[in-house]
Design a protein around this ligand. Structure first.
Ligand SMILES: O=P(O)(O)OC[C@H]1O[C@](O)(CO)[C@@H](O)[C@@H]1O
Length: 243
């Protein structure tokens, strides 16, 4: 996928996330009161190069989305996405059903992915550059930060069978740590937090995902993304510690 494309022409839905819509998850509430509302980032849903690709995505109940996050600060914090968890897969009735995973690829710029385990036992940070792929395993909440001085364009493949859950991140006023110019700052809403665990991007041969390979190409091989819809079948590959 080319970061210079006009994604609004090749998506089925466009939306933006605005500052006031994220007020609950920001570290500096005093800074916020002095800010006018503004658009923080753009989201393009079901990006497709032609109608056939869109049909394939819909048939497999998968979405290829693009998110564009300009550089900037939210007070002391670097600009970031609101953050959310995915619900457990609905076709497994067990109380420990895994939640839907997701895979990101940086198209242009630098992304810092923050991954937080649902039970607060892990906090993983992965800085990714152009071509890098980052897999969000089941049961991790996630936020993307643009801590660089250039525009970030990133893609994701994800199941289209659910809505993201924003409440757990909102009720704690963000993830366990905020990424600021001075480094990571602990979010006081959490009692005990694990240390920040810095990891490097990698390829995921078990899932057919390789850094440097444009993952839009998977539109021609969507069976390979079955793990996004049926993570319960890939339990061994998702075994902890995943990173
Ligand atoms: O939903 P949030 O937390 O604002 O994050 C934005 C991004 O997350 C995704 O929904 C995928 O999880 C992207 O498609 C979207 O652009």
């Amino acid at each position: 996928m080319n970061s210079q494309m006009d994604f609004s022409k090749v998506c089925t839905a466009f939306s933006t996330r605005k500052l006031y819509g994220m007020s609950d998850v920001l570290m500096d509430q005093i800074w916020l009161t002095k800010q006018p509302d503004r658009v923080l980032y753009d989201m393009y849903r079901e990006v497709h190069l032609d109608g056939k690709d869109l049909t394939k995505m819909k048939t497999h109940v998968l979405r290829y989305d693009i998110t564009v996050i300009p550089p900037g600060m939210l007070g002391p914090e670097f600009i970031k996405t609101a953050g959310h968890y995915h619900p457990p897969v609905s076709h497994v009735s067990a109380s420990d059903a895994p939640s839907y995973p997701e895979v990101y690829q940086v198209i242009h710029g630098t992304a810092t992915y923050l991954l937080q385990k649902r039970d607060f036992s892990e906090f993983i940070v992965i800085e990714a550059h152009e071509g890098d792929v980052v897999l969000i395993p089941p049961d991790f909440g996630h936020v993307t930060v643009n801590a660089s001085n250039e525009k970030l364009t990133m893609a994701n493949w994800v199941s289209d069978a659910f809505d993201s859950d924003y409440e757990p991140v909102r009720e704690k006023a963000g993830l366990m740590y905020y990424l600021t110019e001075g480094g990571f700052i602990k979010n006081k809403s959490y009692d005990e937090v694990p240390e920040v665990s810095i990891k490097k991007p990698k390829s995921y041969p078990d899932f057919g995902l390789f850094s440097g390979e444009d993952m839009y190409g998977l539109v021609n091989d969507l069976e390979k993304l079955d793990f996004l819809r049926h993570p319960e079948k890939y339990e061994d590959s998702f075994k902890r510690p995943f990173y």
